[in-house]
Design a protein around this ligand. Sequence first.
Ligand code: FES
Length: 181
Amino acid sequence: MRKETNLAVKDPLAAIDAIVRRHNITAGATIPILQEIQNTFGFVAPEALTRISDLTGIPESELYSIVTFYAQFRLQPMGKNIISVCHGTACHLAGAEKVTETIQFAAGAKPGETSADGLFSLEKVACLGCCSLAPVVNVNDETHGRVTPDKAQALIQSLREADQKENSGSKGESRNGKPAV
Ligand code: FES
């Protein structure tokens, strides 16, 4: 299932304030605060770091070092499609690096980042538990095995086409699903 980001929080600053207060505004609560911010918004925006810094007195640079050090934190919203390339030993030996490079180029997103069009987030992950299928790529939690660079390229292309189809379909219809006139 696709990971969703909750960008529809009505008053983001009030939400951040409430999270920080809930953790008693202490320096020791930095990681739980950042985790809750990420759970609420889907990522940790630079504006959130500024607000946490204002409320707690923790320097923004320190907060930034934490979110960039721990792989669990994201500074950008997740893309529409989450591509996870396994870099466990079996997949690494079977060519995961080449597959990652191909996806990076085709999707326009580096590992740990989201493409500028918001379509793809690329991540390198540890063993996905199906080493006999190496190299393995998960696309929105659907597993693809024995992925070659060509197969990876085709995968990204098909996701782009699906998105274009979805967009052109919604443009040609009115809100009630009937063709727009
Ligand atoms: S190493 Fe990739 S699935 Fe196990």
